[in-house]
Design a protein. Structure first.
Length: 434
């Protein structure tokens, strides 16, 4: 739960909650593993031979030590702190409803990680590979269970069967590793019987797993088809950016309005041939994402918040289908919605390839002007159209009234866009067209 919420909510209490529970859950997990090994030894009737008796005694002794460690972790667990989190954090969690596209994107990330582990395990079926697969599939399952209840209702039985199969493989691997470690004095025939018995049980589980998870009708394919793809994938990424920004931006409605104005301005400039209509389909997504997140830095700093915005966005993990370079470019566009004009000597911007520098200048110029058009955070400017004159670009803004100090602010904020368009940019109220 904490891992999932940390992907959309930057509140540090989620990390604190996860850290506080880590020692306790680790201790209980170790206790559970030993108890399962004891039960497995009894099921296979292995205590009847010399190796079985040795393993059984070692496990019983270890169980006592681990039980004491788990009890100590439970005693040291800060219940008061946990109760405080249980009162505060659910309110934040309710701001993102179950089934949100942001959570679908989180589940897709979990699917990708689990599927990568599946491929590793199928190519090299080592104990470590299957252990990593078991952990990755469990995380994917928990994400779906906690955040996508409708999907979980359809997939719960399959999840349970797979978790049982991979859990049994893991338990058998651990049991055999224990037997090899402590069974040096056991009879060779006992060790051979153990190995044969465990390998037989392991193969049965592995065959059952392969039957469900390999081929055109595998569960992997079925799950992936139900998670975001193509247009829905990009929409889910935008939803994640928006949700994350809404937790940080004190006036997120302003950011949403600026995003709409920026997209209208970009579309108008491209339609009028003022700037090239870039073929890269992610252009508008970069602009929209930067606009939605441009004020997140206000949660960290009042002065120079645009620099804080850059740092926060820059640290975001790219959603599925996005690259670190695109996150960096989006962060730079948000960075330059105010302040100095970007130049080749500036850190970050100067390291971009020339095509990306030109694109960043364009998007930052658009965002800078759109932000100023809603400088009062009132949403009074409702629509933008662009007219391409021979010697100038006219931006017609419905709802804009040419009054001070807004007119002076616009005169300053349009400079970056004028550099890109290589001609003057004038903002006029749409009513003045008549």
């Amino acid at each position: 739960m904490a891992d999932g919420m940390m992907s959309v909510d930057p509140d540090p209490d989620w990390k604190g909650m996860k850290k506080a529970s880590r020692r306790l859950t680790r201790g209980l997990g170790e206790l559970r593993d030993i108890q399962v090994q004891i039960d497995r030894t009894a099921e296979l009737r292995m205590p009847e031979d010399t190796l079985g008796r040795i393993v059984f005694e070692v496990l019983r002794s270890r169980e006592l030590r681990v039980r004491e460690a788990a009890a100590e972790a439970l005693r040291e667990f800060d219940r008061r702190e946990w109760k405080a989190w249980s009162r505060r954090l659910p309110e934040r969690a309710r701001r993102v409803p179950p089934g949100s596209p942001a959570y679908e994107l989180l589940a897709l990330k979990g699917w990708e990680q689990a599927y990568a582990r599946h491929r590793e395990a199928m190519h090299g079926p080592s104990q470590a590979a299957f252990h990593r697969l078991r952990i990755a599939l469990k995380r994917f399952r928990y994400t779906v269970e906690n955040f996508l209840p409708q999907r979980h209702a359809d997939w719960a039985d399959d999840f349970k069967k797979l978790q049982t199969l991979l859990g049994e493989i893991h338990d058998l691997d651990v049991l055999w590793a224990t037997a090899r470690r402590v069974g040096a004095k056991a009879a060779p025939r006992d060790r051979a019987r153990w190995k044969k018995q465990i390998e037989r049980q392991r193969k049965l589980c592995l065959d059952a797993y392969r039957e469900r998870m390999i081929g055109r009708k595998s569960l992997w394919r079925g799950w992936r088809e139900k998670l975001p793809q193509s247009e829905k994938l990009e929409a889910a990424a935008m939803e994640r950016f928006a949700v994350w920004a809404s937790f940080l931006d004190p006036d997120f409605a302003h950011a949403q309005h600026v995003a709409e104005l920026a997209l209208q301005l970009q579309q108008g400039l491209a339609a009028q041939g003022v700037v090239a209509d870039h073929t890269r389909p992610r252009l508008r997504a970069l602009l929209r994402g930067a606009a939605l997140m441009h004020d997140v830095g206000r949660a960290k700093a009042k002065a120079g918040h645009y620099k804080a915005s850059y740092r926060l966005i820059r640290r975001l993990e790219p959603p599925p289908g996005w690259t670190p370079e695109e996150i960096k470019e989006m962060a730079l566009v948000a960075r330059y919605h105010q302040g100095t004009v970007p130049g080749p000597k500036q850190k970050g911007f100067g390291s971009l390839p020339a095509p990306q520098q030109r694109e960043t200048l364009l998007l930052a110029g658009i965002l800078r002007l759109a932000c100023t058009l809603d400088a009062y955070h009132t949403g009074s400017v409702r629509k933008i159209e662009v007219e391409n004159e021979p010697d100038a670009v006219i931006v017609w803004a419905t709802g804009y009234e040419e009054e001070e100090p807004l007119a002076s602010w616009l005169a300053g904020s349009r400079h970056l866009l004028e550099m890109v368009c290589q001609r003057p940019v004038f903002v006029r109220g749409a009513v003045s067209r008549s």
